[in-house]
Design a protein around this ligand. Structure first.
Ligand SMILES: Nc1nc2c(ncn2[C@@H]2O[C@H](COP(=O)(O)OP(=O)(O)OP(=O)(O)O)[C@@H](O)[C@H]2O)c(=O)[nH]1
Ligand SMILES: [Mg+2]
Length: 258
């Protein structure tokens, strides 16, 4: 068939409309993809225990695990309705295209959560880029601090709501109040914030761990050991500086340390 006159110009003009498609994640930089449940305040209020629900958190851990596995990440961290996945510096999937990384991580998170929970759920996604190992440590410490703040606030808010206060009233009582005020509010209701489960206050991590597997070498007819890797869920994460050291161990494993 004869080529349509100017068809290559037409193709180029249409392709030019895909104006974000050429964007790549910077080479050799650390990248973290963060997915966040869209409209989850309503979903959780309708379906899950307040302020925290172990089943909801198990669904979020399922999302974190799926992302870490499919994106071949280094570490995943979940708190509230979000998951952050750290990609290795030399990550080369999808030619490091930003649109692919962001849209596929949101798509996978939505599918994993919907499968676990049994109803439609959707996530947004964004990419964070950092140059240094310390930036990665700071990033996760930032999200963990957010987990602590939200947990304290959530516990106070729902304690007041369960006493019969309207949403606006509960929010007004807590607005601009210090951490000490909120700890005290809970303490007077028999809740010691520091004794609450770590996953609520500090979030949960998922990381690869190495283990030795007993096998059989058919060539030599001997028992053989092979080193494999599997995903491990860390529900008792340390806090602050100790969390920083835990993260350094993951991003600079001993064999690679200088
Ligand atoms: N009931 C309940 N709610 C939770 C739990 N974990 C997180 N949430 C709620 O999930 C919501 C997460 O906050 P946001 O992401 O800012 O709210 P959102 O409605 O998802 O808003 P967008 O992300 O902007 O769409 C908060 O309302 C939390 O209280 C849980 O275990 N139980
Ligand atoms: Mg959300």
């Amino acid at each position: 068939m004869k080529a349509r006159k100017g068809s290559s110009g037409f193709e180029a003009r249409m392709r030019a409309g895909e104006c974000y498609h050429g964007q790549r994640l910077p080479p050799a930089a650390w990248v973290i993809l963060r997915v966040d449940g869209h409209g989850f305040s309503r979903l959780t209020e309708r379906r899950f225990g307040k302020p925290f629900d172990p089943t909801f958190h198990a669904h979020m851990v399922a999302v974190a695990t799926a992302l870490l596995e499919r994106f071949q990440g280094v570490f995943a961290y979940t708190e509230s309705d979000e998951v952050s996945v750290l990609l290795p510096r030399d990550w080369d999937m999808f030619d490091r295209e930003v649109e692919k990384a962001v849209s596929l991580s949101a798509g996978l998170a939505s599918a994993a959560f919907a499968t676990a929970c049994g109803e439609v759920a959707w996530f947004d996604s964004r990419a964070w880029v950092g140059a240094r190992d310390e930036d990665v440590v700071d990033y996760f410490r930032w999200r963990q601090a957010d987990a602590g703040r939200c947990a304290l606030n959530g516990w106070c808010y729902w304690s007041l709501r369960k006493e019969g206060l309207a949403a606006g009233e509960a929010a007004r009582i807590l607005h601009g109040r210090s951490r000490a005020f909120k700890h005290d509010l809970l303490f007077r209701r028999g809740v010691n914030f520091n004794d609450l489960p770590a996953w609520q206050r500090r979030g949960t991590g998922v990381a690869w761990e190495r283990f030795e597997k007993e096998g059989f070498d058919p060539l030599r007819g001997l028992a053989a050991r092979a080193v494999r890797r599997r995903l491990a869920v860390h529900r008792e994460l340390p806090l602050k500086d100790e969390f920083g050291r835990y993260l350094e161990g993951l991003i600079r494993p001993p064999a690679a340390a200088s």
